[in-house]
Write a protein that binds this ligand. Structure first.
Ligand SMILES: Cc1cc2nc3c(=O)[nH]c(=O)nc-3n(C[C@H](O)[C@H](O)[C@H](O)COP(=O)(O)OP(=O)(O)OC[C@H]3O[C@@H](n4cnc5c(N)ncnc54)[C@H](O)[C@@H]3O)c2cc1C
Ligand SMILES: Cc1cc2nc3c(=O)[nH]c(=O)nc-3n(C[C@H](O)[C@H](O)[C@H](O)COP(=O)(O)O)c2cc1C
Length: 777
């Protein structure tokens, strides 16, 4: 087999050596435009896990890498004159030139042909190598091959906002250090690590405004280094910053839709880039090289296309996960100023868990003393700001109480509102009594009831609950009374109007589709049907209809108070009536209720204010919004920040931050805690308290979100459908005392604590054992 590799970076070289090692009879040639000893940049970094993978693939190059690497376990965060250290992380750094040199040596040893100073013309690739069975495009982030075959590889390309440059220094560092410096013009960050004795990489990053104000735009590399030496004078400790093609750039986020075309396959940075803040570019390139080599060795000789398909199949998801983590991480660095009022340990906790893959529990395994300090500071702050003293009991952040007006919630776990589609004429049934009753025994601090409608034609389905008559009010009161008599769980009514998504089938039939018969007219901000050709076209509301709906909300609010609810939420999310006013995708009005965000907010605010007026002042209110429509042209960050601020101003205590369901062709980006960044933005920018929701499934995630101030409360919907005891179980897991167990179940509580503590200890022990051994040992 004849294989041509364009690009002698880590990706191309590692593929070549692994493949040649297994098939010495194959002809593998690498073409690299630079000289063998040219190198740009400074060091590269790998985690312990990646090194272990290298060991299993090629012990010889692993040994070479190992002998050249500097190792460390700690991550240090320097912020506002304080230094926070978190151990147990396991990383290795080496100079890029050493890595390339040892890969060159290993390639030569195995018989790979290396051609240096051999630039390949991407436009004549197949003519240049007519004999090649396979051509590997490993030509890096600026890949000319990718660009020439744009329509085949279909790359998505996005330049990120921050400016960054790679520099080096002679400053010795015993850990990976993040240095955060507040300057007169903004925050400048240095991501730094030592990669060989006396040499460290310094990646400098800042936002565009700060970069411009410092005049970096007009600086030579040397002038930039001189300015940065002043900014990081203390951190550099009299060591210089070194330059080597250290130009300021914006990070290009690249992802190729297709990974192969004819006999050409693409790898590494050329195919998908990963932001430097998670240090994974080289790792990603080398891991893809492993998978491609495996696939080519298995099928290449008989069927190259099959080999490429297998490579695509095995690597697509891991690459997307790494890129997603990198995206979340880089977005945090772009918004670092939003966390800059934090106390040091909380800030350090946010830095450590910014990409959401490292959680509160992971950090206990890595370095229990770090979480101890995070908790201590959290309880201190909580005591100072709320008067709740958890300093001695240390229940973990999720089990600290919180007050909203006169309502105290005992912990941060919320059962999210979930429609049950089981009401008869809007009256909650036996199902609801048992469902909410049993959930109130499960320990959540706050429980929402489902979206309850303010009039018969406000319902989504005929099974939705309502609150427009006495029978409904009485049935709700019976439920609320049970909850209050038997638990400390607070109970919140969610009032809503379905708008254009009304008059549809039950949740387990064909949701969002009209009923076979008995449909009622539906209303919305504009006359746009939800499902084109399927849904009814809604009536665009006039002033009288808007007044009537507002009055219905007010009447239901008075009933909710009489039924004894502790809290009230206005549902302005998920494309229902009030959300249809907020989103530009569904609001096309040209009156005072359409157009700018101020106008689109006007009606939801009028409804909220009218409700707030009759809802008792000691009781809190929240508003649920969709912070994105997951579709271009929809709600923006400026919109949801303006909405949150306006509701706060109107007396809202809490924003329940959901997302999507505005339009059927939404394109959500799913993942663990995938909506939490919106709650975090509102919490940190507007300052109002938030509920985060969406794919939160474990106590450690709740603890991470609360400890990092991404939200004050954390709502779980689907997990509560199969486990009403989520909160009690979490308390048992962390062996947290208290908890509002009903007296009838106390014997079960003690057993649960024993069982879960034991299970947790076992898991932690396994995780400790599974940790790669520290290279210092
Ligand atoms: C300064 C710097 C520092 C970095 N530090 C880190 C780090 O600390 N940790 C980390 O994980 N990642 C780091 N990265 C990212 C990392 O280098 C890349 O993610 C990684 O090298 C990707 O490997 P690759 O093989 O895909 O591409 P590259 O390493 O970019 O290799 C591509 C090669 O193709 C050659 N080439 C391009 N076009 C042609 C052509 N037409 N003909 C012949 N040859 C061609 C180039 O000269 C280059 O040598 C850094 C990147 C830079 C620029
Ligand atoms: C069966 C079901 C019914 C729901 N009904 C409502 C509702 O009535 N009101 C509402 O605001 N959200 C409703 N939601 C959305 C949830 O409250 C929550 O935002 C969403 O499921 C994401 O959380 P999760 O990942 O924990 O499930 C419902 C979700 C489910 C699964």
């Amino acid at each position: 087999m004849q294989i041509v590799v364009v690009g002698g970076g880590p990706g191309g070289l590692y593929f070549s050596l692994l493949t040649k090692k297994a098939r010495p009879d194959w002809d593998i040639r690498v073409y690299e435009q630079n000289r063998a000893d040219d190198t740009f940049g400074f060091g590269v970094v790998f985690s312990d896990d990646t090194l272990d993978e290298f060991l299993s693939r090629d012990p010889e190059s692993y040994e070479g890498i190992r002998n050249n690497f500097a190792y460390w376990d700690d991550i240090v965060i320097r912020y506002k004159g304080q230094e926070m250290r978190c151990g147990g992380n396991g990383f290795a750094g080496c100079s890029r030139v050493s890595l390339l040199n040892l890969l060159h040596d290993r390639c030569r040893e195995l018989g790979v042909e290396l051609h240096f100073e051999a630039p390949i013309d991407a436009t004549r690739l197949q003519e240049t190598f007519p004999e090649a069975d396979m051509i590997l495009a490993a030509d890096g982030i600026g890949s000319a091959i990718r660009e020439h075959y744009r329509s085949q590889f279909n790359p998505q390309f996005e330049l990120r906002q921050n400016k960054f440059c790679w520099m080096g220094s002679t400053r010795p560092l015993d850990a990976f250090h993040y240095f955060f410096r507040e300057t007169a013009h903004g925050i400048v960050i240095a991501h730094t690590y030592q990669y060989q004795p006396g040499m460290s990489t310094w990646v400098i990053e800042t936002d565009k405004a700060c970069w411009q104000a410092h005049g970096f735009a007009d600086c030579t590399e040397a002038q930039s280094a001189a300015k940065l030496e002043e900014i990081f004078a203390e951190e550099l400790d009299d060591h210089p910053l070194l330059i080597n093609r250290s130009v300021w750039r914006n990070f290009p986020r690249i992802f190729c839709e297709k990974w192969y075309h004819d006999n050409i396959v693409i790898l590494g940075d050329a195919k998908a880039s990963a932001h430097f803040s998670i240090g994974s570019g080289t790792k990603l390139a080398m891991e893809c090289a492993i998978a491609l080599s495996d696939a080519v060795l298995e099928h290449g000789e008989s069927d190259v296309q099959r080999a490429f398909a297998q490579y695509d199949d095995t690597r697509r998801t891991p690459v997307q996960i790494t890129q997603h983590n990198a995206d979340v991480s880089l977005a945090w660095f772009e918004h670092v100023h939003r966390s800059f009022d934090m106390k040091p340990m909380q800030f350090a906790m946010v830095v450590m868990s910014r990409s959401k893959s490292i959680t509160y529990d992971n950090l206990i395994v890595r370095d229990a003393s770090f979480i101890d300090k995070v908790d201590t500071e959290f309880y201190e702050t909580h005591f100072e700001t709320t008067g709740f003293d958890c300093r001695a009991t240390r229940p973990t952040p999720m089990f600290t109480p919180i007050r909203f007006r006169d309502m105290v919630v005992n912990n941060r776990v919320v059962m999210s509102p979930m429609a049950q589609y089981s009401a008869d004429d809007g009256v909650p049934a036996d199902w609801h009594f048992v469902h909410y009753g049993s959930h109130s025994l499960g320990g959540a601090g706050l429980m929402f009831v489902e979206m309850t409608c303010t009039s018969p034609d406000a319902r989504i389905t005929t099974g939705c609950t309502g609150l427009w008559n006495d029978a409904q009010e009485a049935a709700w009161k019976r439920i609320v009374d049970f909850v209050h008599a038997n638990s400390d769980t607070r109970i919140c009514m969610q009032l809503g109007h379905a708008g254009r998504k009304g008059s549809t089938q039950l949740g387990w039939e064909t949701p969002d589709h009209p009923m076979a018969e008995g449909n009622w007219p539906v209303y919305s901000a504009s006359a746009l049907p939800y499902l084109e050709g399927i849904s009814q076209t809604p009536i665009a509301m006039d002033a009288a209809q808007m007044r009537q709906v507002r009055e219905d909300f007010v009447a239901a609010t008075i009933r909710a108070d009489r039924a004894g609810f502790d809290m009230l939420e206005l549902h302005a999310a998920h494309g229902y009536l009030l959300a249809s006013f907020l989103s530009p995708l569904t609001n096309r009005r040209d009156d005072a209720y359409g157009g700018s965000i101020d106008n689109r907010l006007r009606y939801p605010l009028e409804v909220f204010s009218a409700m707030r007026e009759v809802w008792p002042a000691p009781k809190p209110m929240s508003v649920r919004i969709s912070a994105t429509d997951w579709k271009a042209g929809g709600i923006t960050e400026a919109d949801y920040v303006a909405a949150a601020a306006a509701f706060a101003e109107a007396g809202c205590d809490l924003i329940d931050v959901s997302a999507g369901q505005t339009v059927p062709d939404q394109q959500p980006v799913y993942g663990r805690m995938f909506q939490a960044q919106f709650a975090e933005a509102i919490r940190n920018v507007v300052g109002i308290r938030t509920i985060a929701v969406g794919a939160v499934t474990s106590p450690e995630q709740v603890n991470t979100l609360v400890a990092c101030r991404r939200a004050d409360l954390v709502a779980l919907a689907r997990p509560h459908l199969w486990n009403p005891y989520f909160a009690h179980q979490a308390a048992a897991l962390y062996d947290t005392a208290g908890g509002n167990w009903p007296k009838q179940y106390l014997a079960g509580r003690d057993q649960a604590h024993r069982e879960f503590v034991r299970a947790r200890e076992k898991t932690m022990e396994l995780q400790q054992k599974a940790k790669p051994s520290s290279h210092r040992n």
